[in-house]
Ligand binder design. Structure first.
Ligand SMILES: *Cc1c(COP(=O)(O)O)cnc(C)c1O
Length: 424
């Protein structure tokens, strides 16, 4: 069977397949660059596995208290090597990205201190951690205040505002690498490095943390190589490589990571406890695969941007821009197309392909939301997933994809659905 026939057997008309091939031809040089980045990051990870002598015994795991869990402790050294930090906390007891960030922030601040966001409004879920939105157990309840240096209108860091917002009480500055689901641009490691130097020039001993979610292995270097005291993220995004079933990481200075460990478990216990149960094989293997998986997701996002740009839609980032994370937005200006897109992504999923997503009133949102996710790991967004609120401008945000052929097919399928639904 030819490739074209294979696509046809999965519902993709020939002209669409041809369009895909044409776009891919143009993207070849760019995809080669992405492969080079993946190659460097793959070797970086392999080198860390060798240096820390990862062995079969590291994969066994422990139960109970988890004392002397050599697999867990070795994996944390591997992460520290890869992110070039003194120490790391990589645990299944960290339940998600928000938990990892919350843990890093709470454990490194004390009542009376102030947190500063240097990159404007933080990720939605952090609003409740900080207390921007009233919530139980927020930093605000503990007497920890918050300041925010908004970005300039062109989306870049506002150094004047950062300087003005740093005071005697400023103890921790947070920088979010990826735009998440905002419309600003995402920051490259170089932008972040400059901002870190600037912050240090204003206040030398302040702690600096980077929300690294969705940014890992998109570039050759990580913000921790440029003076960030902590980089923080989720294992059901890039560094879990699609295999980790849960977890989060904090890589950073010994002091910051120990603070986090004593809060995650207990004062006095810190990193010594925390059984890894059965997750270590997936943590190791997922981390090992993550540069190549991240590259697949990145290629998928770029492919989609170029296809949809050709069809006349607004896309963010655009088809040509340099990428700093794996998120892609497409604006439909029409609810019907947004729904068609999500249904097509779902129909292309390996799991639950036969269900049709419906818009629903999700708690915490002011309009209905539609989501597509036919994942092996529930909620994983390194696997291909899409969602969008049912309100103008009817944009969908999507990310992930464990293999490029899967994303390619899913995107072609989305165009197929748009065409079909438009014609009916
Ligand atoms: C996903 C994400 C988070 C939160 O992670 P969850 O695992 O969804 O809690 C925080 N910040 C950014 C930039 C993210 O992309």
């Amino acid at each position: 069977m030819s490739t074209k026939e294979m696509y046809r057997s999965l519902g993709i008309r020939e002209e669409l397949y041809e369009l895909g091939e044409e776009v891919l031809q143009e993207l070849k040089p760019r995809f080669d660059k992405i492969d080079e980045t993946a190659e460097v990051n793959q070797l970086k990870i392999l080198r860390a596995f060798h240096k820390e002598r990862v062995s079969e015994a590291c994969l066994y795991g422990t139960k109970g208290y988890g004392y002397n869990d050599i697999g867990r402790d070795t994996l944390e050294r591997v992460y520290a090597d890869v992110f070039k930090t003194e120490d790391a906390l990589v645990r299944p007891q960290i339940t998600c990205g928000t938990h990892a960030l919350s843990l890093a922030i709470f454990s490194n601040l004390r009542p009376g201190d102030e947190l500063l966001s240097a990159a404007g409004k933080p990720y939605d879920t952090l609003e409740e951690v900080i207390g921007i939105r009233e919530s139980r157990g927020s930093l605000k309840e503990y007497g920890i205040s918050y300041a925010q240096a908004d970005l300039k209108s062109d989306g870049s860091f506002d150094f004047d505002s950062i300087r003005e917002n740093i005071n005697k009480r400023t103890k921790l500055v947070t920088i979010q690498r990826s735009k998440g689901y905002q419309t600003r641009r995402s920051f490259g490691v170089k932008d972040i490095a400059e901002t870190i130097s600037f912050i240090r020039s204003v206040k030398k001993d302040v702690r600096i943390m980077v929300d690294n979610c969705y940014g890992e292995f998109v570039e050759r270097e990580e913000p921790s190589e440029y003076g960030a005291d902590m980089v923080v993220g989720s294992l059901i995004k890039n560094p879990g490589g699609g295999l980790a079933p849960i977890g989060g990481y904090i890589c950073g200075t010994k002091e910051c990571v120990e603070n986090a460990a004593y809060r995650l478990t207990s004062p006095g216990l810190g990193k010594e406890v925390g059984a890894s149960l059965g997750v270590l094989p997936e943590f190791y293997q997922g981390f090992f695969l993550s540069p190549v998986v991240t590259a697949a997701a990145l290629k998928g996002a770029i492919f989609a941007a170029n296809i949809y740009e050709r069809l006349g839609y607004d896309v963010l980032p655009n088809g040509k821009e340099e990428r700093h994370d794996i998120i892609q937005a497409v604006t439909f200006n029409d609810p019907k197309s947004l729904i068609s897109f999500c249904r097509a992504i779902q129909a292309a999923a390996p799991v639950d392909s036969f269900v049709a997503p419906e818009p629903w009133d999700m708690p915490g949102y002011d309009s209905e939301v539609i989501m597509a996710a036919g994942n092996f790991v529930s909620g994983s967004s390194i696997e291909l997933s899409a969602d969008g609120p049912l309100r103008p401008p009817y944009s969908v945000y999507f990310q992930g994809g464990l293999t490029f052929p899967h994303v390619k097919y899913a995107i072609l399928n989305s165009v197929e659905y748009l065409m079909r639904d438009r014609d009916t």
